[in-house]
Each structure stands twice: as structure tokens, then as C-alpha cells.
Design a protein around this ligand. Structure first.
Ligand code: ADP
Ligand code: MG
Length: 587
């Protein structure tokens, strides 16, 4: 007797179940995707014990005829693709025809469904892959699927499940993502009879986010809408205003063709775009929809489809980075007019705090050029006790200093609210941008080292340095490669002390590696330059007059990225007037 046998469908299903549905949340995902594919406008999800003992998904989609209902439980039965070639063009969510039979093979499974034009619905019960019964039932058009005692027959798998609260958290989080991906669908999620969240159909993504995460998060986001006609890529959605960060990345949500996915490529591109715009170690909340041609993305990498692979990873990364960077630059620009907008306009804004969160409606005004030192800074960077700041603008200041606090902060009255300015961080930002600007205007003179300084780098760092050597050497350095991963620093710019040369080059290489995808490589070098130069900025032991603090604030408002110091710390923190209103309650 041959030892090779064709597996029975039941065994094949149980094996597939191991891949497609690792845990309860995967069941929820597959079934909700099916409901969306079926055109549902209302989906209800109920579960108990983290989904281990019970899951029910109910929808008002197009349902199935009695024959289709039976067929849907056959392995590889799908109404969504016919040939392997179609795999490249799937736009529906499910496509393997594996989910229903797999789930039914490892649970007590009940399907009830009715299609338009049929008098009765069909009810099918399956236990561990075995058909128990099929009968007519009365129900509205749509589908209800119940999954009980998941993995009871597969103890090995059950053992790997996490505690109920952990599985519950996964289900809650993922159903929220689906709700965000499909604002027009009404969602209700219940855990053991208690509503975890619900949202009616929403007209806009912002409304949906407000329903699920609250108005204050929704107000902290600005719209993104960028299309690249060359590649056909499009990025839409909402992203954090400059300066808005959260301590976790749970609200940094990326979707590809409306499917919530985890992608390092997208995650890094977004974080990169916020570099310098939010505090280090914090994450921008964002809900970003990337649309690309179906054949540009391989959703077939993982059976549970959590991750995707892009055909052209680099192009996607550059596109997303560019799209967000441009959106943020425009937003920073739009926020800036408060520094020099005519008084009337500012009053309008301050009496209508509800304008916060709406798309920036103010015209983009041209930035005033901050006073820039005309000569190059001396070898020891600008270290004066009092920061030099550009002369105050002629118009009334948008931020009015109330008082200095603890020699560390300036408290300001502004059209938007109360602002606490961090003197040192703000001073660093202002100096940083000023130095950056002055250096960019001419190449600093270079000084040869008496004894060339050897540097050995690890392979990846070496690669990064080599890729930018021309650019670096054009800025007053002379660095030669003289062996694999070995370099010799022969000259440095005049402002850099020779004994600082090696540390500086290593820092610069680190920056180049961290931000390799940034569009302007030269910026990175300037950044390293300027960071070094601002290390001697204002300290608490220094004194700054009220007038200087007022000027500092005004200079900060003309900066390109005013929200953070060059080291990624917040420069100021605002409590808006509407927030005060919320705290005290309306009259
Ligand atoms: P796939 O989604 O990959 O096609 P599934 O096993 O998830 O495979 O579903 C099999 C088929 O059953 C689907 O192609 C669809 O025709 C039908 N189906 C599943 N769920 C629903 C639903 N909620 N409403 C209508 N039809 C459904
Ligand atoms: Mg499916």
C-alpha cells in the first residue's frame, strides 16, 4: 500500500486553519472582510472570552443562496477569483476560499444566510468540519455566522492562545481599524453583551475617528491628499498636526487599498517625515490610506494577510515620505500667519475656536526672512549668554509674554490658548535654523590636519559614508577611503576643532543611516553641523530678559519646524481656549 495519501478535506482544512486563523482575532478579521466584500452597510461583532468561547458576526450584505451557502464551506470555493493570474488583481479582501471551511473545521460553526429574492434563509451547522445539519430558516437578507468553542478539538493550538483580556484587546483594536477603513459601514462591537464601541455610518473619516477615538484626537489631525500621476500612487487620510505626538504607535494606522496592514516601509516613512516635528520617541497619530495598483502589492505573503510586500519598496517609501513632508510643511506655513497676520484676522480665529481641526483655510503668506549672520560663525560656535534674536516684527506680537517662570519657561497669551515656552529648547531651535541658513549660503573654509586622522567604520556605516562622501567633502571636509571600511580625515571645515573631527563624522554617519531615505541628503549634514553648534545654548543658570524672551518667541514662530528642538524635544506646549472651556464646562 502506498504511504502517500491524499489528505481528506477535513484534515486539509484543519491544517489550513493553523495558518489562516492563528487566534480568535483572525476569525473576526476574515468574517468582517467577507461582510464588507458582500457589500454590508451594517456589521455587528459579538464575542465572549476573548473570542475563544464565542464569536458572532452579523451583516446586512447580499447573503447567499442555499447552494452557495453549502459551496462556501467547500475548500477553495470562492466567488472572488477564478485563476491564479487573477491573484495579481484582487481588489476584494478574501480570495483564497479558505476562511470559512478552515474556521468550520476547528469550531462549532453555524452559518445562517439569505440572499435577495429567496423566501427563506439557509442554516448550516458544522462541528469540527463535519456537516451536522442544513435546513431552511427565517431571517432578513444578510449573513450571520457563529463560531463557538474555537480550537476545542485542536488542543495544541488552544494552548498558544493568550489570556482573555489579550485576545479581547486584539479583537477590539482590529475591529476599530476596520471601522476606520470603512467609515460608511455602521459598526457595533459587543463583548459578552456589553458594547465595546459602536459607530453609525459616517460621512467622513474625521467623523469616524471622532466617534471611535474622540473629538480631541480628530481635531489634532490635518488632511492628506497627494497623488503622483507618474506612479499612480495616492495617499489620503488624516495625519497629526506638527507637534502632535503620542506615546504609542497604536494610532499610527496605515492601510493599503483599504486593508489595515503593518508595514515597516510605511511606518518608517511616516516617522521620518515627522522627524524634528514631534518629540523624539513619540509617534504621530495618523490614519493613512495608500492606494496603489493591485499588482504593485503582494498581499499573498502571509495567509492571514497581516503583512504586505511592495514590488517597489523604495518608490513607495519615497512617495509616502514626500507626501507627508509636503503636507506638514504646508500646515506649518498655514499656522505661521498668526505671527504676522493682521490683528483682525487673529481675532476672528480666537473667537472661533471651532476652526481648530478644520482644513487650514488661511492664505499662505510669505515667510519673513529672519536676520541671518552674514559672516561665518567662529570655530567655537555662537555661545553667548543671551541669545541673539531677530528684531521684533512691526505688527503686534501674536504671542504676548505674561511672565517668566522658574528661569526655564515663558508663559504666553496667544490667540489659540495659553502657551508655555521652554526657553532652552526654543533657543536651540532658533539658533539651529539660523546657523543652518548661514552655512548653506557659502561653503565654509577648510583646514588641513597635520596628521590625518584614521577612522574605521562598521560595514553598514561605511556604506552610508561612502554613498555621501562627495557631498560631505564638498562641505569643507576631506575624507579619503584607504581600505575596506577604513578612512582618513585629512581636512575639516574651519569651524570644527580637529579633536572633534572623528566624533562629528561618526555622528553624521549615524544620522545618514537613520535618515537614509530623506530626500535632501545635504540637509542631514547641515543638521549635524548645526546640532553641534547649538550645544551651548541658553541654560537655567543664564539670564534672559523679558524682552529677549518675547523676541525668542517671535523668532521661533518664523522657524521652519518650530515645534521641536533640534534634539527632538518640545519647544512649547499649548492649552487651547477650547480645552479650557471643556475643563470648566460651558456656561
Ligand atoms: P473568500 O473570502 O476567500 O472567497 P471565504 O471562505 O472567506 O473565502 O468565503 C467563501 C465564499 O463565501 C465567498 O467567496 C463568498 O462568496 C461567500 N461568503 C462568505 N461570507 C459571506 C457573507 N458574509 N456574505 C455573503 N457571502 C459570503
Ligand atoms: Mg474571505
Amino acid at each position: 500500500m502506498s504511504s502517500i495519501r491524499i489528505l481528506s478535506d477535513r484534515v486539509a482544512n484543519q491544517i489550513a486553519a493553523g495558518e489562516v486563523i492563528e487566534r480568535p482575532v483572525a476569525v473576526v478579521k476574515e468574517l468582517v472582510e467577507n461582510s464588507i466584500d458582500a457589500g454590508a452597510t451594517r456589521i455587528e461583532v459579538e464575542f465572549r472570552n476573548g473570542g475563544k468561547s464565542y464569536i458572532r458576526i452579523e451583516d446586512n450584505g447580499k447573503g447567499m443562496s442555499p447552494d452557495d451557502a453549502l459551496l462556501s464551506l467547500e475548500r477553495h470555493a470562492t466567488s472572488k477569483i477564478r485563476e491564479a493570474a487573477d491573484l495579481n488583481e484582487v481588489s476584494s479582501f478574501g480570495f483564497r476560499g479558505e476562511a470559512l471551511p478552515s474556521i468550520a473545521s476547528v469550531s462549532r460553526f453555524t452559518l445562517r444566510t439569505r440572499a435577495e429574492g429567496w423566501e427563506h434563509g439557509t442554516e448550516i451547522k458544522i462541528n469540527g468540519g463535519k456537516l451536522i445539519e442544513k435546513k431552511d430558516c427565517g431571517m432578513p437578507v444578510g449573513t450571520v455566522i457563529e463560531v463557538a468553542q474555537l480550537f476545542n478539538s485542536v488542543p495544541a493550538r488552544r494552548k498558544f492562545l493568550k489570556t482573555d483580556p489579550t485576545e479581547t484587546a486584539h479583537i477590539t483594536y482590529n475591529t476599530r481599524l476596520f471601522a476606520v477603513a470603512h467609515p460608511q459601514v455602521a459598526f457595533r462591537v459587543l463583548e459578552g453583551g456589553r458594547t465595546v464601541f459602536q459607530s453609525p455610518a459616517c460621512e467622513t473619516l474625521r467623523d469616524r475617528i471622532a466617534e471611535i477615538w474622540g473629538r480631541s484626537l480628530a481635531d489634532d489631525l490635518i488632511p492628506v491628499n497627494v497623488h503622483d500621476p507618474k506612479t499612480g500612487y495616492r495617499l489620503t487620510g488624516l495625519t497629526a498636526k506638527p507637534g502632535v505626538g503620542r506615546s504609542t504607535r497604536r494610532e499610527l494606522v496605515t492601510l493599503v487599498n483599504r486593508r489595515p496592514i503593518d508595514s515597516r516601509t510605511l511606518g518608517f516613512a511616516v516617522l521620518d517625515a515627522y522627524h524634528g516635528r514631534i518629540q523624539k520617541g513619540r509617534y504621530p497619530p495618523a490614519f493613512l490610506f495608500l492606494e496603489i495598483q493591485p499588482q504593485e502589492v503582494d498581499v499573498n505573503v502571509h495567509p492571514a494577510k497581516r503583512e504586505v510586500r511592495f514590488r517597489n519598496d523604495g518608490a513607495i517609501r519615497r512617495f509616502v515620505l514626500g507626501a507627508i513632508t509636503d503636507t506638514l510643511a504646508a500646515a506649518t506655513e498655514a499656522q505661521r500667519p498668526q505671527a504676522e497676520a493682521p490683528t483682525a484676522q487673529r481675532v476672528v480665529e480666537s473667537v472661533r475656536p471651532s476652526m481648530r481641526g478644520s482644513a487650514p483655510s488661511m492664505p499662505l503668506t510669505s515667510k519673513p526672512t529672519p536676520t541671518v549672520p552674514t559672516s561665518l560663525p567662529k570655530p567655537t560656535p555662537v555661545v553667548t549668554t543671551n541669545p541673539t534674536v531677530p528684531a521684533a516684527t512691526q505688527t503686534a506680537p501674536a504671542w504676548r509674554l505674561i511672565t517668566l517662570l522658574k528661569k526655564q519657561y515663558g508663559l504666553f497669551d496667544t490667540p489659540r490658548g495659553l502657551v508655555m515656552l521652554h526657553l532652552r529648547h526654543a533657543d536651540q531651535r532658533v539658533r539651529f535654523e539660523r546657523i543652518l541658513k548661514s552655512y548653506k549660503e557659502s561653503t565654509p573654509p577648510s583646514q588641513g590636519l597635520l596628521i590625518p586622522h584614521p577612522v574605521e567604520l562598521e560595514p553598514l556605516a561605511s556604506e552610508a559614508l561612502l554613498a555621501h562622501l562627495g557631498l560631505i567633502n564638498a562641505q569643507g571636509f576631506q575624507i579619503e577611503e584607504f581600505g575596506r571600511h577604513f578612512y582618513r580625515i585629512e581636512a575639516v571645515p574651519a569651524w570644527l576643532a580637529p579633536e572633534q573631527a572623528e566624533g562629528f563624522v561618526r555622528d553624521m554617519v549615524d544620522l545618514l543611516r537613520q535618515r537614509g531615505g530623506a530626500r535632501k541628503q545635504s540637509e542631514i549634514i547641515w543638521e549635524a553641523v548645526a546640532k553641534l553648534a547649538v550645544e551651548g545654548s541658553y541654560r537655567r543658570s543664564d539670564t534672559m530678559s523679558e524682552a529677549a524672551v518675547q523676541q525668542l518667541a517671535e523668532a521661533l514662530l518664523t522657524c521652519e519646524t518650530p515645534h521641536t528642538s533640534p534634539f527632538g524635544k518640545a519647544t512649547f506646549s499649548e492649552i487651547s481656549w477650547s480645552e479650557w472651556e471643556r475643563r470648566f464646562g460651558k456656561e
